[in-house]
Every structure is written in structure tokens, then in C-alpha cells.
Design a protein around this ligand. Structure first.
Ligand SMILES: Nc1ncnc2c1ncn2[C@@H]1O[C@H](COP(=O)(O)OP(=O)(O)O)[C@@H](O)[C@H]1O
Ligand SMILES: [Mg+2]
Length: 355
């Protein structure tokens, strides 16, 4: 499985890439495999747009902008750990290169971004003179823009327009709906979605090779499963497993991530499909006794059912029941009775479909 992935044509600024003479200059130290290294999420943060994994269409648009300049205002929205911040930084470096320091104003949620900052800092930056090549503009990066108050966003509207011949804005956020409409309408909205399992796997595998990590295939599968499309989480879990246990196998990964083992949940769903309620409840009780909370179990259960090979009708019915149970648990009814009730319902659905 692992060998089939096409990872060789990607190229990252890592020690190994530089050894082969392919990588470009990077500030990352070369000593790899040592525990005092940078966190891997930072060490392997892509510095070129073409190295960003996944969301190919959106990334190729950014690539074209970086080559042609004249960047529009844009909003990059999507779930965490999919490369939004990385993409904007890559784009800024590609566009402005050596002038990055003078021509980019970067503000994220940890900086103050109230109305005053918009009125003063951002406005002053927009008025500042900078000598840039033709087709290039100063750039204001507002990372995690959905945490800006609507007052601050309102104050931004006019600034964006007045100075747009010299200054462009790039916003990143998790939910574009939290950006007020007038700003959305001034921007091109680019959406990122969760990365696919293959994309995660290819990247994780590559980093395993660079870091000379000892792994087995089911360990990498576990990393991908627990990450659920979030590259940051995949890399963090990988590094945590390596520094905690050395070997990356599924047991160690689930110990680090503290999630119910999917195999066990898988078995439980299988038993429900045979309407063996008592045995299914045995699995569930074991999970509860291990200390997993109802919400952990139901989340994993949902993802297992979603990917389970079973009759489509049954699957939809199962998902429906799991969904209802999830709602009740979220409302605070997280007793074992709920979970056993769920299993009974799943078994009932099976029996009904056979009748
Ligand atoms: N598409 C991606 N390709 C390669 N690495 C990624 C990607 N997305 C995230 N990463 C990794 O996860 C880390 C965090 O990514 P970041 O861009 O900060 O995510 P966010 O979308 O939450 O802003 C990066 O340092 C990088 O190592
Ligand atoms: Mg970010």
C-alpha cells in the first residue's frame, strides 16, 4: 500500500531534499532525527506553493497568482490543519521575496486586532511607501480572521477599498460565514477542504523516511485515521508516538492519541450487524471500562459506520441512529444506558431488515 503512493515527485525543503541537491535554501536546521529538533509541523512546513498537499485546484490558483502578481483581496477558508496559513505565507514570499519584511503586515489572533489596530496600524501600513516591482502590492495578512470582532471588520471595509491600488488583503479563517458580508463581497473566496487519507498518508510516509522512523503499515493507517484530514494533527501524533514509543504501530498511536481502538469498534458494529446484542454490549462495556467517554466512543463509532462495507440502506439507518444518540450525548445525557440503547436499536434495525 505504502509503496504505491506517488510521493517522489513532491519536493520539500528538508535535509534529505537538500542532500540530493533539489531543495532550496531554508532556515530549518539539518540535524534530523534528534528530539531537540523543531516540532515536525514547523520543520516540514512547505515553503513553496507547489509543495502544498491537496486542494489541487485552489492551490493551483494561488500558484498562478504568485507567478502573475496582481493578487486580488482573498479569503482562504477551511478546516484547521489544511495549510491555510502555510499557503498565504508561501504566496507572500513568492510575490515579495526579499521585500517581505517591508511590504507584509502579518496579524493573527494572538495580536490585538480591535478597531484601533485597524484604524491605526493597518491604515498606517497601507499609507506607507514601499518600492516594489510592477504588479506587486503590499500585503496585509489577517490570519484567523474569524476571531476579529465585527466592529473591527466593519472598520476594515473602507480601508480595503481606498488603498487597494497599493495594498491587498489576504484573510484566513475556519468559517467564511464569520466574516461580514461586505468584506466577503470584496474578496475572492478560496475554500480548502479536509485532506484525503491518501494525501495525508503520502506526506506522513515521506516524513517517516526523512526522519528514519520505524513504522509498520497499520501504524500509519492509525495516524491517518486519528488525524481525520488534519495534517497538523497527523504530524503531531506521529512525532508524539515516535518520541513516546519509538515504533509507530496502531497500538502505540491509539495510546498516544487516547482514542478508542477502531478495530474494537469495528468488531462491535460487526456484532450489531449479526444482531448479537450481548456480545456487542461486551465490547462497549470494555470501552467504557477503559475510561473512554461517551463522546469519544460515539465519534469513533460514527466514522467506523460511515466507512463500513455493508448494505447501503442499513448503513443509512445506522448512521441515523448514531446521529440521534450523538445529539443526546452532546446534550449531556452521556450514560451507559444511552450507549446500550443505541446498540439495541442497531440490532433491531438488523433484525428488521432480515425479516
Ligand atoms: N496542505 C498541506 N501540505 C503540507 N503540509 C501541511 C498542509 N497543511 C498543513 N500542513 C502541515 O501542518 C502545519 C500547519 O499548517 P497550517 O497552514 O498552519 O494550517 P492551518 O490551515 O490551520 O492554518 C504546517 O506546518 C505543515 O507542516
Ligand atoms: Mg492557521
Amino acid at each position: 500500500m505504502a509503496e504505491a503512493m506517488e510521493v517522489d515527485d513532491c519536493q520539500y525543503n528538508t535535509a534529505a531534499a537538500r542532500d540530493t541537491g533539489k531543495g532550496k535554501a531554508s532556515a530549518v536546521p539539518t540535524s534530523h532525527g534528534k528530539s531537540y529538533d523543531l516540532p515536525w509541523v514547523e520543520k516540514y512546513r512547505p515553503t513553496l506553493i507547489k509543495d502544498i498537499v491537496g486542494n489541487t485546484e485552489a492551490v493551483s490558483r494561488l500558484q498562478i497568482i504568485s507567478e502573475e502578481g496582481n493578487m486580488p483581496h482573498f479569503i482562504l477558508s477551511g478546516p484547521p490543519g489544511t495549510g491555510k496559513t502555510t499557503s498565504i505565507l508561501c504566496l507572500a514570499h513568492a510575490l515579495l521575496g526579499p521585500q517581505y519584511k517591508a511590504a507584509v503586515l502579518e496579524l493573527n489572533a494572538s495580536d490585538e486586532r480591535g478597531i484601533d489596530v485597524v484604524r491605526n496600524t493597518i491604515k498606517m501600513f497601507a499609507q506607507k511607501k514601499a518600492t516594489l516591482p510592477p504588479g506587486r502590492h503590499k500585503l496585509v495578512i489577517l490570519d484567523e480572521a474569524d476571531s476579529m470582532t465585527s466592529g473591527a471588520q466593519q472598520a476594515l471595509r473602507r480601508t480595503m477599498e481606498i488603498y487597494s491600488n497599493t495594498t491587498r488583503f489576504a484573510l484566513a479563517c475556519n468559517q467564511s460565514s464569520k466574516i461580514i458580508e461586505p468584506i466577503q463581497s470584496r474578496c475572492a473566496v478560496v475554500r480548502y477542504s479536509r485532506l484525503s487519507d491518501q494525501e495525508l498518508l503520502a506526506r506522513v510516509l515521506e516524513i517517516c523516511r526523512f526522519e528514519k522512523v520505524a513504522y509498520v503499515d497499520d501504524g500509519l493507517e492509525a495516524i491517518v485515521f486519528t488525524a481525520d484530514g488534519d495534517m497538523r494533527q497527523a504530524l503531531n501524533n506521529l512525532q508524539a508516538t515516535v518520541s513516546g514509543f519509538g515504533l509507530v504501530n496502531s497500538e502505540n498511536v491509539f495510546r498516544v492519541c487516547d482514542q478508542p481502538h477502531p478495530l474494537m469498534v469495528h468488531k462491535m458494529v460487526g456484532l450489531c450487524l449479526e444482531a448479537k446484542l450481548d456480545e456487542a454490549w461486551g465490547c462497549m462495556r470494555a470501552l467504557c471500562d477503559m475510561g473512554f467517554s461517551a463522546i469519544d466512543i460515539i465519534t469513533t463509532l460514527f466514522r467506523i459506520v460511515r466507512n463500513f462495507t455493508m448494505h447501503e440502506f442499513l448503513k443509512l439507518e445506522y448512521i441515523r441512529e448514531v446521529g440521534f444518540c450523538h445529539i443526546r450525548i452532546s446534550d449531556g445525557v452521556n450514560s451507559r444506558l444511552q450507549l446500550s440503547g443505541l446498540l439495541a436499536k442497531l440490532c433491531k434495525i438488523t433484525l428488521k431488515s432480515k425479516a
